[in-house]
Design a protein around this ligand. Structure first.
Ligand SMILES: Cc1cc2nc3c(=O)[nH]c(=O)nc-3n(C[C@H](O)[C@H](O)[C@H](O)COP(=O)(O)OP(=O)(O)OC[C@H]3O[C@@H](n4cnc5c(N)ncnc54)[C@H](O)[C@@H]3O)c2cc1C
Length: 485
């Protein structure tokens, strides 16, 4: 590869460090310009949340500044669909007389169609790179070439493939010239404020550093307790590529002086989560129909309910199950939810209310700051029992015991449900009797379903499906520790 004048198209890779498209363009070109398309029309079709949109805008400001320091002009082109962005980039290539276009691949069906169209139009002038995964999706396969559908064998192979690759993150490219000041970016339309997550690469790296300095070594013991700040909360940055998974591994290695590859090793369970992220991308790569709402497992699927009233009570945090309601209220206000709670509320929607997981998936995307199609789809299908490596149908989370185990003193619940502020630890997880005696708090709802009964209904409903499941079903793995289920 050798080019004189290059264009770099930023998408879900909003960083200058460990960015292979940018790095290669800078290495191989005399001048580099960068562009980002604000695909607001497309994103609204994808259900991108207003808070993530805001976070992208804030992150672009930081990227713009960092690119300016490297002497790289940065343009943000507003308001397009993916289809329009292909035409626009082709025009830009001609108008600007660019020799080559450098870009990192993005997961997802529409993204893939866009890039296929781009390749047709620009033929051999595009250079694609993998920046989104440690190991390029498609590179972890069985010897037969078939793809892994169960996490643990995938992970074992993933470690093998990793040992044959250089996975050190790339540095920041060398400046292309004197620093320039890119003009401030225009903000479009009202969004939901994302400032709880300071934007930009430097902030993401600082958060990673802070996490690896202490919480990392206590992660496996503490990560399931939502009242503790025990997880990295890096997912908003990973979802839009402000930080890369290779940088995450490098930080772990830096802290522990090696990469933990065994369950017994410190830091292993966090690396395991990074591999779950890769696993869901791997599934999307080999089964693109997941992007179109298909469940992973063959039909017959459950006969889902489409009860809008029940759904709204779940979404608003008014189910009468405090842990579910606290989690949903937290999501609605902050755009974030702890992993343990995502599993609890997803199980509640799909198994207690028997509502189609696709409704929950879509609601999450519209609220989450870290909305990420692959992880969200994987998480919902795992919880509903329709996924590749899903919890089997008979594993139904009991919201009350989950609450007792993972929020024993009700600290998290109290943060989000002021009505239960004066309930004690014994009453708070199932407060009906307490509410009867304390009528001043009666505005907190009674349970919308009886979990015991809902569980039996779910199990009966699943019976017909059970018969069609292969008797030798593979063992399943959990994205997080559900031993205490
Ligand atoms: C129903 C459901 C929906 C989900 N939707 C999303 C989503 O839209 N976006 C998203 O990033 N994650 C999603 N997850 C996965 C997980 O809940 C979040 O990644 C995690 O809570 C983010 O917090 P953290 O950054 O502190 O994670 P940490 O525990 O610090 O983990 C580090 C990183 O590993 C990745 N990761 C962790 N757990 C998982 C997992 N189970 N699956 C895939 N990747 C994981 C994330 O990128 C995360 O930032 C979902 C899980 C469920 C059960």
């Amino acid at each position: 590869m050798s080019s004189k004048k290059s264009l770099v198209w930023f998408r879900n890779d909003l960083r200058v460090r460990d960015n292979p498209a940018l790095f290669s363009a800078c290495k191989e070109s005399l001048s580099v310009t960068a562009v980002f398309f604000d695909c607001s029309k497309q994103w609204s079709i994808h259900g991108k949340s207003p808070i993530q949109y805001h976070f992208v805008e804030q992150s672009l400001n930081h990227l713009s500044q960092e690119l300016g320091e490297l002497g790289i002009e940065f343009m943000v082109i507003p308001g397009s669909t993916f289809k329009e962005s292909v035409s626009q980039i082709c025009e830009l290539m001609e108008e600007g007389d660019y020799d080559h276009l450098y870009l990192n691949q993005e997961p997802g069906w529409n993204e893939l169609q866009r890039d296929n169209e781009l390749c047709k139009r620009l033929a051999n002038r595009c250079y694609f790179f993998n920046s989104d995964c440690v190991i390029k999706p498609g590179d972890v396969t069985l010897d037969s070439g078939d793809f892994y559908k169960v996490f643990t064998p995938y992970k074992n192979r993933w470690f093998q493939v990793l040992s044959t690759q250089n996975y050190e993150p790339l540095s920041k490219p060398k400046p292309m010239g004197e620093p320039i000041v890119n003009p401030p970016l225009e903000q479009s339309g009202p969004k939901k404020d994302s400032s709880n997550w300071p934007a930009g690469e430097q902030s993401a790296l600082a958060r990673l550093d802070e996490f690896c300095n202490l919480p990392l070594v206590h992660y496996s013991q503490n990560r399931d307790f939502p009242a503790l700040s025990a997880t990295s909360e890096l997912s908003p940055y990973l979802a839009i590529g402000v930080i890369s998974p290779k940088q995450c591994l490098a930080a772990v290695m830096n802290r522990l002086e090696r990469l933990p590859t065994e369950k017994s090793e410190e830091g292993y369970s966090w690396v395991n989560e990074i591999i779950w992220r890769e696993f869901y991308r791997h599934l999307l790569y080999f089964k693109p129909s997941l992007s179109k709402g298909e469940s992973f497992k063959a039909e017959p699927e459950l006969k889902w309910q489409y009860d809008e009233h029940m759904f709204q009570q779940w979404a608003d945090g008014n189910t009468g199950y405090p842990i579910v309601d606290a989690a949903m209220r937290c999501l609605n206000q902050t755009g974030f939810m702890h992993n343990r709670l995502r599993m609890v509320v997803a199980s509640f929607l799909t198994k207690d209310l028997l509502i189609d997981w696709r409704w929950g998936e879509s609601y999450f995307m519209k609220q989450l700051i870290d909305g990420d199609f692959a992880a969200n789809n994987g998480g919902w299908q795992w919880a509903s029992g329709t996924g590749a490596d899903a919890a089997p149908f008979f594993r139904i989370f009991n919201p009350t015991t989950q609450s007792q185990k993972f929020d024993p003193k009700g600290q998290f619940i109290k943060r989000w449900i002021p009505e239960l502020n004066s309930a004690n630890a014994k009453d708070i997880h199932a407060p009906e009797a307490w509410l009867e005696q304390n009528s001043q708090y009666a505005n907190y709802p009674s349970p919308i379903v009886c979990h015991k009964r809902a569980r039996i209904v779910a199990l009966n409903t699943y019976q017909s499906r059970k018969q069609s499941i292969d008797k030798n079903e593979q063992p399943f793995d959990e994205p997080s520790n559900t031993q205490l289920l």
